[in-house]
Design a protein around this ligand. Structure first.
Ligand SMILES: [Zn+2]
Length: 76
């Protein structure tokens, strides 16, 4: 099973570890310095936040992902 975090990180540029998770270049705006925070919540969801203010929907659509892709696979 692929972690949602791996899926997200694989699509981002200039990923580097940060204190709380990872920082990367935001795909939704012209990002010269990584301003996108990506981290894994304790329940496995991926939390994405652009410090430049891009809405989550814009970041996801730039990555070709949907909101459900940020959640761990549902187990029947
Ligand atoms: Zn952004």
């Amino acid at each position: 099973m692929t972690e949602p975090l791996q899926i997200v990180l694989a699509r981002l540029a200039r990923v580097r570890p940060s204190r709380s998770g990872f920082m990367a270049c935001c795909p939704a705006h012209d990002d010269r310095h990584p301003s996108l925070s990506v981290r894994r919540a304790p329940d496995g969801r991926v939390l994405v936040h652009c410090f430049a203010g891009c809405p989550l929907e814009a970041v996801l659509s730039a990555l070709g992902l949907r909101l459900r892709d940020l959640r761990p696979e549902a187990r029947p």
